[in-house]
Design a protein around this ligand. Sequence first.
Ligand SMILES: [Zn+2]
Length: 108
Amino acid sequence: MSDFPPPPLVLTPRVADLVTITDLGYHSACWLWRGRLSRNGYGRVLVDGVEQSAHRWLFQLYIRSVGRKSHLDHLCRNRQCVNPEHLEIVTPRENYRRRDARLTVGNR
Ligand SMILES: [Zn+2]
């Protein structure tokens, strides 16, 4: 990776049309996907004829590629959010561990 700090994330006009920017109490505003949602609440996007997860697509567009086996955890706890700054690459194991931890403490 590079030594210089990453540039701030700037919404391209195309992406701005796809999201609604809403402050839901996380440290920065969530980008709520306005397109189709999957049954479990994740945004879906059609890229070059292939449907994929919107948050994954945007993360890779803005940050870096994500391995097929890696998950992206929503740090803001909002599945509809596609703000790359609210996502963290985690292993599936870590993702499930966090989900279980949340269920245990009774968070939504
Ligand atoms: Zn968010």
